[in-house]
Design a protein around this ligand. Sequence first.
Ligand SMILES: Cc1cc2nc3c(=O)[nH]c(=O)nc-3n(C[C@H](O)[C@H](O)[C@H](O)COP(=O)(O)OP(=O)(O)OC[C@H]3O[C@@H](n4cnc5c(N)ncnc54)[C@H](O)[C@@H]3O)c2cc1C
Length: 387
Amino acid sequence: MNHYDYIIIGGGCAGLSLAYQLNQSKLKDKKILIIDKEQKNKNDRTWCFWTDEATPFDHIVFRQWKIIEFLSDDFTLHAPLKNFTYKMIRGIDFYQECLQKIAANPNIEIVNDEVVDWQEDSEKVMVQTSQQGYSADWVFDSRFDGRQFSADMPHNHYLIQHFKGWVVETEEKSFDTSRIRMFDFRTEQSREVRFFYVLPFSETEALVEYTLFSKNLLPHEEYDEKLKDYFSYQLKISQYQIKEIEFGTIPMTDYKFQRKQGKRMMKIGVAGGRAKPSTGYAFLRIQQDTAEIINSLVQSGHPFYKEKNGKQFEIYDAMILNIMNRKGESIKEIFTDLFRNNPIERVLAFLNEKTNFVTDLQIMASVPPMPFLKSIQNIFLSKTLVK
Ligand SMILES: Cc1cc2nc3c(=O)[nH]c(=O)nc-3n(C[C@H](O)[C@H](O)[C@H](O)COP(=O)(O)OP(=O)(O)OC[C@H]3O[C@@H](n4cnc5c(N)ncnc54)[C@H](O)[C@@H]3O)c2cc1C
């Protein structure tokens, strides 16, 4: 059985980020195996995030914007960003960049196979694929199994963020490349959270996405109908060609993901709870987690670093999920007030969990209090019942 220092299960965002950053760290001579059941040769997703700091992948950012748009029925915001930049990375560029850099390191191997089982003894972890067995000192596992979650979990919330997007090309100039439309709530909410999202790549090309936070997926025709209507009635574009389609789901839950699966096995990525519960954004959090894991391996010889205390953000996320779950349509009003009554940089810092208690109070005071009070009551009752 071949033995490695590290085995990474899943060469997606978290797995490749870890291998990529390990390759640039003091640990680049470690023997590493990445196992993925798929080959990463498709542009299967786009990653967007906003930040005021450098990231390891800034050199492959495909587009970036300095103005954010927010639209609701009675409110429109075009907010220039001072410190933050909204960035987009194409999946295919990310995969190619990681795979190229990794290929240059003879200590890192990639195997195309499905992991079916693992076991641990006091010294190592054995990983079984459909073809072969491998062992390692440490294993990082990014397999996510959504089957363990359901919307009626008694003590946690679970919703699905689901979206369908079209990359379209128009004959006439149709998009303003200076701005990203982060939320357009001018659509029927149907007791859920529903909005459109527009990322212009050029004056004639954009990704337009219909996004929902809800308990169930829609039939595919329904996403298509909504997108068609949005082009006709809001964007007022009649001639366009669909070049690519993106469909995705992201778990939105306050369930506490168990990162430590065994003494030597760590869950990473979405499976390690890196998607922010109330927004689904995960890319930046995965990069931050990766840096912390490597730092811990270098400093302490193990990956299980002590996470910063973000208890207040866990509570805010749980409250927002509770509102989404109970009365999804009210998020439109809450977000409208959030964007109307706060400077954009404050909102973005809050959503990135980079605010302090005083700023959080300002945020709380800017949105309708009743839904949150009801959420606090619900969460308190459900946690009390657990005890
Ligand atoms: C379409 C889409 C768009 C998104 N856009 C954004 C965004 O704009 N911004 C943002 O912050 N987040 C976004 N996310 C959320 C999140 O960033 C991504 O889901 C991200 O890819 C999560 O990384 P991951 O490594 O946890 O999972 P993945 O990238 O999905 O990687 C998991 C890997 O594990 C492999 N695997 C699974 N089971 C096995 C097995 N048994 N054996 C071997 N390999 C296995 C899979 O093939 C896959 O390659 C998006 C998600 C999706 C689905």
